[in-house]
Design a protein around this ligand. Structure first.
Ligand SMILES: [Zn+2]
Length: 66
């Protein structure tokens, strides 16, 4: 298990819509990848979803990039 940041409530990161650093709300979602139905149960991947608090744009990023 990777190190989890302790403060998930608000992080400052760049927003492509705002074209500057803004405050984002970050959450982690488990999403099932449907490309391999037979392995669906084992293919839930954690995604990091950050929502810009300025423009509400959601940025989804897969956490397992290995
Ligand atoms: Zn924004």
């Amino acid at each position: 298990m990777a190190t989890q940041p302790s403060d998930l409530d608000g992080v400052t990161e760049g927003c492509s819509e705002c074209a500057r650093d803004t405050l984002h709300k970050v959450r982690v979602e488990l999403r099932t990848e449907s490309s391999k139905p037979e392995n669906a149960e084992f293919s839930r991947e954690p995604y990091r979803v950050s929502t810009c608090m300025e423009c509400q744009t959601e940025t989804t990023q897969r956490m397992n990039n290995a």
